[in-house]
Design a protein around this ligand. Structure first.
Ligand code: AKG
Ligand code: FE2
Length: 336
C-alpha cells in the first residue's frame, strides 16, 4: 500500500498491475503496509470487539436489531441467511454512518480502555481510518482499469465521497467457540459460520484473527482458505464493482466455515453514496461485450438484496460451486 498510497511512487505501476492480476484471476489480494491501520491499532479493535461481544445478554437485547445494531442468536436475532435455509453461528455489532443513523439510545455502554472512546466514536474513528485506505484503493482500481479521469477526479472515488455520505458499514463479528467436543464434532459436519455470498457493496476490507474464511476464485470449482495475516487486510470485490465494470471484475464469493475454535473478524463494506447510479460504464461496453447488468442505484441494490434476504429468498444459488444471485440481479427500474 505504500506504493499505492503515494501517487508518484516509482513502484506504483507494478503494484497496480499486481492488483489487477490478483483481482481478475483470484478475486482477492492482501493489502500490506497500511500506515493508517497499524497492527497495534488492529489489536485495540479486537479488544474492543471482545468487550462488546462479552456484554451481558440483557444489554445485547436492549441494543439488538431493529432498534440497535446487534444481531446474534443469544439476543434472539438471527443473522440473515445468504444461502436460503442455511444456519450460521455469527454474532455481529454493526456500525454505519448512513444506514443506521438513529440508533443513539440503543448503543451499548462500552468504552475503549486506552482511548476512552465509546461505541459510536470508536467506530467512527475506525471508519475514518478505513476511508483513507478505501479512497486510495478506489483511485487505484480506476487507474488499473484505465478509466478516463475528469475534473471531479476518478470515476469511483467521486461516487464514494469518503466524507460519511456513503452506505458503508463496519461489522465486528464473533463466531463463538464450540462448548463441548460433541458440539465441535457436529460443527465439523454442519452448516456455515456464515453462508456463501458476495458482498453487495463496491469492495470489502477484511481482517480475521483465526482461520475460517474461504474464497471461490473466478472460474474455480473449489473453495480456498484465506490465510490469517496479522498485519494485512484482505481486499475483495463486491457486486457494485462487478456491475460498474460489466463483469471485468467479478464479485468475490466467500464464506466462513463453522469452526470449533473462537473467531473474530473486522469487516468494512465500502459502498457508494445512496443515489449513485450503478451501471456498466461505457469504457467496459463494446459491440462484442454488451452491457450485461441493468442500472440500479446503490440504495436500491442494498434495499432489494436485504429485503430478499428478510423474505428468506437468499442471495446465493446453492450448488457445486454455486453462484451469486445479487451480483447479476435484474432490475426493472433503477430506483432513481
Ligand atoms: O467473518 C468473515 O471473515 C467474513 C464475514 C462476511 O463475509 C460478511 O460479513 O459479509
Ligand atoms: Fe461477506
Amino acid at each position: 500500500m505504500s506504493q499505492i498510497m503515494a501517487s508518484n511512487h516509482p513502484g506504483r505501476t507494478s503494484a497496480l498491475t499486481q492488483m489487477r492480476n490478483a483481482l481478475t484471476t483470484k478475486g482477492y489480494f492482501y493489502a500490506s503496509n497500511v500506515d493508517c491501520l497499524p497492527q497495534h491499532y488492529i489489536e485495540s479493535v479486537y479488544a474492543f470487539a471482545r468487550q462488546l461481544h462479552e456484554l451481558p445478554v440483557a444489554e445485547k437485547r436492549r441494543c439488538a436489531r431493529p432498534n440497535g445494531t446487534y444481531s446474534g442468536t443469544d439476543a434472539g436475532v438471527e443473522e440473515l441467511a445468504y444461502e436460503a435455509g442455511s444456519a450460521s453461528t455469527v454474532r455481529a455489532w454493526d456500525f454505519s454512518r448512513v444506514r443506521f443513523p438513529t440508533s443513539g439510545q440503543f448503543r451499548p455502554e462500552v468504552h475503549c480502555p486506552s482511548s476512552g472512546l465509546g461505541f459510536h466514536d470508536f467506530l467512527d474513528d475506525l471508519y475514518g481510518r478505513q476511508d483513507r485506505l478505501a479512497v486510495a484503493l478506489m483511485t487505484a482500481f480506476a487507474e488499473m482499469l484505465e478509466l478516463p479521469r475528469d475534473t471531479a477526479g476518478d470515476t469511483f472515488s467521486s461516487c464514494f465521497l469518503g466524507d460519511g455520505h456513503d452506505m458503508g458499514t463496519i461489522r465486528l463479528l464473533h463466531y463463538p467457540a464450540a462448548t463441548s467436543s460433541e458440539e465441535a464434532r457436529k460443527r465439523h459436519e454442519a452448516n456455515y459460520g456464515i453462508s456463501p455470498h458476495t458482498d453487495f457493496e463496491a469492495f470489502t476490507l477484511m481482517h480475521q484473527n483465526a482461520p475460517g474464511l474461504q474464497f471461490l476464485p473466478p472460474n474455480g470449482a473449489d473453495w480456498v482458505d484465506a490465510p490469517v495475516r496479522e498485519e494485512e487486510f484482505v481486499v475483495i470485490v463486491g457486486d457494485i464493482l462487478e456491475r460498474f465494470t460489466n463483469g471485468v471484475l467479478r464479485a468475490t464469493p466467500h464464506r466462513v466455515l463453522q469452526t470449533a475454535h473462537e473467531r473474530f473478524s473486522i469487516i468494512r463494506f465500502n459502498a457508494m453514496a445512496p443515489e449513485t447510479l450503478v451501471e456498466p460504464l461505457p469504457h467496459f461496453v463494446t459491440d462484442s461485450r454488451p452491457a450485461g447488468y441493468t442500472p440500479v442505484t446503490m440504495r436500491k441494490h442494498m434495499e432489494t438484496t436485504l429485503g430478499r434476504l428478510e423474505l428468506g429468498l437468499g442471495a446465493w444459488e446453492k450448488g457445486q460451486p454455486g453462484r451469486s444471485l445479487s451480483a447479476s440481479f435484474v432490475y426493472d427500474d433503477p430506483g432513481l
